[in-house]
Structures are given as C-alpha cells and as structure tokens.
Design a protein around this ligand. Structure first.
Ligand code: C2E
Ligand code: MG
Ligand code: MG
Length: 587
C-alpha cells in the first residue's frame, strides 16, 4: 500500500489491535496489501480509509481509481443499482453498527468495456468496536460463467440447442400458471420413418436432418412460441396465447415447410411428420400440468400416425379412453397367455397341382371371459405394443409344433404355418424360439413354415433376410404373407430367402374376371415370384371360380373359405381324413 495524501493514519482501534507503534501499523498495511483480492477498510460511515494494491490496480483498470475518503456505499450502488447491491449496502451498515457478524454477498458488476459482466464475492468483517469494516472482493466470474454454461447445457439439447424435455416442461408449467390464464396449446411432432434415414444414411446424416428440421420449425412458428426437442425425432412446440384451432393452422404450416426437400450433403431427402395437438382454452386451467398436456398431445400424435402419415390430430378424451382400454386389455392378455385362454384354429392349404392338403396355417384366437372368442385383429396389435407378442408367439409356436407332430403321427404330415411379427425379428430371439418349439415337440424342421407379412418384411428387409437365412439353414421355410396389400416393391423383398409368396385376398378377389387388372397383377406376381425362386399361394379363395382362376394363373397353392374355414386341430384331422385323394381341380 502506497502512502497517499489524505491517509491520515489508521483508525484508533485498528492501530490498537495492530500494536501501538507506527511500525505495527505499517505491518497491518503490509498484511492487507499482501491479500490478492481487492480489499478496502471502511470507516463507520462507509468511507474508504485504506485500500490495498489489488484494489487500486482494479480501479485503474476501470479508469477510475477509488481514493481514500470515497463513499463506498454510494460507489457500490453507482456501479450497478440492483437488489444485490442494495442488500450489500444495507448489510454493511448493519455490520458496522454491530447488528450482524459478517457480510457475504455475490454481486455482478459491468465490465469496464460495458459489454460483459464480472462477478464478485464480497465478504466483510467488523474490525473494531468503532465500526470499521474490512471488505474483500473475490473475483468469481470464471466460476459463475462455468455454472451458468452448465445450467444452460442441462436445460438444452446439445444437437439442436433447443430447450430439452425438462426445460420444456418448466416453460409449459410456467405458462399454465400465468396469472392471465391465456389459451395454451402444445404440438407434439414425430418425424415419419426417421429410423429409415438413420439406418440407411447413417447417424451423422440423421443428426444433420434433425438440425435442419429444428431450423424450419423455428422459422414456421411465431415469435412467442417455443420449439423444443424431447429426444430422438420428437419435437414439441409450446404455443402461447393459442387455442386448438390456431395450433392446427400452425401444425399445417410446419408440415408445409417439410414439403421442400432437405439438402443433406448434396443428397436431397423428403420427409413428413405426424403431429398431435393438446390445448387448454383461456381461463380454463383445472389443475392441468405440463405432463398432462404433453401426454395428451403424444396420444393425439399416435392417433395421427395410426391413421396414416403426415397427419394432424387434435386430442379428444375418447383417445385417452381407448388407450386405457388397450392397457386393460394388455393386462388381461398377459394373464390369458399363461392361463390357457388362447386357442388355435388351423386353415388348410392345398397344392393346386395335386389337390392334396399340404399345409395348415395356425391362427390364434382368445377365449375372453366376458367378450367371447376374440379374433387376432382385436388383440395381436395390443400384444405388439405391450411387449406381449414374444410370449404369445412362443405359445403359438409350441402349440402348433405339438399339433403338427400329433397330425404326423395320425398320418397327416402337413406343414404348419405360424405368423410372426416384425417385433419378434427385431428382438432377435426368433430363431432360438423356433428351435425350442421344434425340439420340444420332436417335429422335423421341414414341417414348419414361418409367415411374415410383406409390410413387416419391408420394414427391415436386411434383418428379415438374415434371420430367414438362418431358419432356412435349419430346414425351416418362410413365406411372405399378404403380398399386394402393402404396396412394397417386390425388388425390396427378393433378397429375402422366402420359399412362398402368399398373394393377398384383395388381389385374389379381383381376379375373378379374367380380363381384370387384378388377374393381370396376380399373373405378374406369380411370374415374378417364380423368377425369384418362390412358389406362390393364393389367399382368401372364396369361390370355385376364384380357385380355378388362380390355378390357371399359375399359383401353386391356395387357401380360403371355399376350401375350408379355420378350424380346431382335431376337426382339421377329421376334415383331412374325409378328403378324397384328388388330382388338380377340374376346369
Ligand atoms: P393372415 O395370416 O393373412 O391369415 C389369414 C386370415 O384370413 C385369417 O384371419 C383367416 O381366417 C382369413 N381368411 C382365410 N380365408 C379367407 C377367405 O376366404 N375370405 C376371407 N375374407 N378371409 C379369409 P384371422 O384368423 O382373423 O387372422 C387375421 C390375421 O391375424 C392373420 O392374417 C395374421 O396376420 C394375424 N394372426 C393370426 N394369428 C396370428 C398369430 O398367431 N400371430 C401373429 N403375429 N399374427 C396372427
Ligand atoms: Mg398368415
Ligand atoms: Mg395372409
């Protein structure tokens, strides 16, 4: 501390505490001066009595060194008159009067250039009875900035820099608690088929697509809306002061901006999105929370997706009721699988070249205690959505293999077909489950065929191909079911080593008329299947004319109500035995 005019000496009490000699007073000055943090000694009125070198240097940097005699309180407020500064001044006065033992305040001050802010931890203690106070100022700017950056990161998505799930919920809740109670709407947006982009073009391209998509959402929403990302390909838009109708318009505007192709490193890509909306009208809160609103918008999005891609759907309470029913059904189904409430009916398959019965497709039913016998369309999708399809299919595989072994022993060695779901392929246990069922029943692998629908196979042809190849190595054949319903291209499916292509009943029904388009399509499909090494099977043959037509068009097998309806296993055996051995159907 350099001697300066006006520093008339240390206050009495300070001098006394440091000793009575001038040498000791100099020692106190030297101690203060050795402190790295800017430090000042204030008199009871808050005027600067002493200031150390760090304080003087800091003052010079600001271009306004604070000299002894200056009013510290006034200067503190002059730097930035905010709540922290006012608290600091109040507490320093209290400290000086002995009404508190210390002061500890974090405060921000503008940087000399004015463009940024510095942060200081200000700590003060009283040093004598008269009320002199020592104030130290520790620069904590780096720590505060690091904390702020980490808090920002915790509330934002690193890929798009949009608010993340947690922050979105905070913002929506804040809006719902707004005193004015304005209308609030939430848009829940999910990209259609995003997984295909990631799988086919790679995650980096997928990330780039999400960034561009975030940009387009920001461009198409209003200034008062907030766009956030929940994760994956799911985005949420918080629409302030906006009812369901307004949100629908906004949703269509967002969809329209996706119609322009995305440029992904020179490659263009088109995409669409399904959007669900949930809204609360102005004034009507009734304890609605952000989690309710986002969940309802999510349900509406699922309904939009289920109705086909690129749609917008506004939430209505019946959607929740439907979901609750499904959840209840799933719980019941879980018990039904273990309680033997499932049963199988078998539909015969005949070889059109010999007229012989060569196969039987196992079709599951559920004997529900209150609702009677339910068809698979009432519960297989529920099983797929609630992690029940694997236990269900394992049960069907085991039961079918046992039934086929028993028919074989009774002189009816037919090939039994079991329908499998795409979910099963995705979990990767299909091959093991098939092996377990065959071994459990002592059935030859050639007596089992696994059916996968065209749309399921097209979801991930590479995965289907890999698992069907392993099944084929074991001797189990596979077939592609319902071909012609899902509009997949055959070229997408030729790489899948399936033995049989099952032509969907919609095409078979239309093939009645020899000159019809359906007849031409069936003929083309039969030819293409043959070229790919597959045999074709006509499904849903309901009339003699259809049977004759599909035989004439070159189908190898047929199945349908005209031949036989699905029936229980013992009935199937009686039906099999009752059939006269016959040649190809007469014209
Ligand atoms: P799918 O595999 O294509 O089975 C044929 C469906 O067509 C059966 O309906 C059958 O009763 C019906 N059908 C057969 N012949 C005719 C006909 O001449 N005319 C008409 N209109 N329909 C006919 P079902 O039993 O209701 O099964 C429907 C679908 O449920 C099956 O279609 C299959 O995709 C699925 N499914 C059935 N059982 C299972 C199963 O164990 N697991 C899985 N994952 N899905 C199953
Ligand atoms: Mg089938
Ligand atoms: Mg089918």
């Amino acid at each position: 501390m350099r001697p300066e005019p006006g520093r008339a000496g240390l206050p009495l009490d300070v001098r006394r505490s440091a000793g009575s000699s001038g040498r000791d007073a100099a020692l106190v000055e030297a101690v203060l001066d050795a402190l790295a943090s800017p430090t000042v000694l204030l008199d009871p009125a808050g005027r600067v009595v002493l200031a150390n070198s760090a304080w003087t240097d800091a003052g010079k940097e600001r271009g306004a060194p604070i000299l002894p005699g200056a009013d510290y309180h006034a200067l503190a407020l002059q730097l930035r008159d905010d709540a922290d500064a006012r608290r600091l001044v109040r507490e320093l006065r209290e400290l000086s009067r002995g009404e508190r033992t210390e002061v500890s305040v974090d405060r921000s001050v503008p940087d000399p250039a004015g463009s940024a802010t510095s942060w200081f931890h200000v700590q003060a203690s009283r040093v004598d009875q008269a009320g002199h106070v020592v104030v130290t100022h520790l620069d904590i700017t780096a720590r505060v900035r690091a904390e702020r950056a980490s808090a920002w990161r915790a509330r934002h998505d690193s890929l798009t820099e949009l608010p993340n799930r947690a922050h979105l919920h905070e913002l929506i809740d804040a809006e719902l608690q707004h005193d004015r109670c304005p209308a609030v709407a939430v848009l829940f947006l999910d990209v259609d088929g995003f997984k295909d982009v990631n799988d086919s073009l790679g995650h980096e391209v997928g990330d780039e697509l999400l960034r561009q998509l975030a940009g387009r959402l920001l461009d198409s929403t209003r200034a008062q809306d907030t766009v956030g990302r929940l994760g994956g390909d799911e985005f949420v838009v918080l629409c302030r002061d906006c009812d369901a109708g307004g949100a629908e318009m906004l949703a269509h505007r967002c969809q329209a901006t996706f119609e322009q192709p995305f440029d992904l490193g020179g490659r263009t890509h088109r995409l669409s999105a399904s959007i669900g909306i949930a809204a609360v009208p102005a004034g009507d809160r009734a304890g609605v929370r952000s989690t309710d609103l986002v969940r309802d918008a999510d349900l509406a999005m699922y309904a939009a997706k289920a109705a086909g891609r690129n749609r917008v759907r506004v939430f209505s309470p019946d959607l929740r009721y439907r979901v609750q029913r499904k959840v209840q059904l799933a719980a019941e189904l879980r018990g039904a699988i273990s309680d033997d409430q499932l049963l199988l009916h078998y539909q015969p398959v005949i070889d059109l070249t010999t007229g012989l019965v060569t196969g039987a497709e196992a079709l599951v039913r559920w004997r529900h205690s209150e609702r009677g016998v339910l068809p698979p369309c009432d519960f297989v999708p529920v099983a797929e959505q609630h992690d029940l399809i694997i236990p269900l299919t394992r049960w069907v595989l085991g039961e079918t293999c046992r039934q086929a072994a028993s028919w074989r022993d009774a002189g009816a060695p037919v090939v039994a077909g079991v329908n499998v779901s795409a979910v099963h392929l995705a979990t990767g246990t299909l091959v093991d489950d098939v092996v377990t069922a065959l071994q459990g029943a002592g059935l030859d692998a050639r007596q089992l065929v696994v059916e996968l629908t065209e749309t399921s196979a097209a979801e991930d042809p590479a995965r289907a191909a890999q698992q069907f190849r392993r099944l084929r190595e074991l001797g189990v054949e596979s077939s592609i079911d319902d071909f012609g319903r899902g509009f997949s291209s055959l070229s997408q499916l030729v790489a899948i080593p399936a033995g049989v292509l099952k032509i969907d009943k919609s095409l078979v029904a239309g093939a009645d008329d020899p000159g019809s388009q359906s007849a031409a399509v069936v003929a083309a499909v039969v030819g293409l299947a043959e070229a790919c090494g597959m045999r074709s099977l006509a499904e849903g043959v309901e009339t003699a004319a259809q049977l004759q037509r599909v035989a004439g068009l070159g189908c190898r097998y047929a199945q349908g109500f005209h031949i036989a309806r699905p029936m229980p296993g013992d009935e199937f055996l009686r039906w099999f035995r009752s059939r006269p051995e016959q040649g190809p159907p007469a014209g």
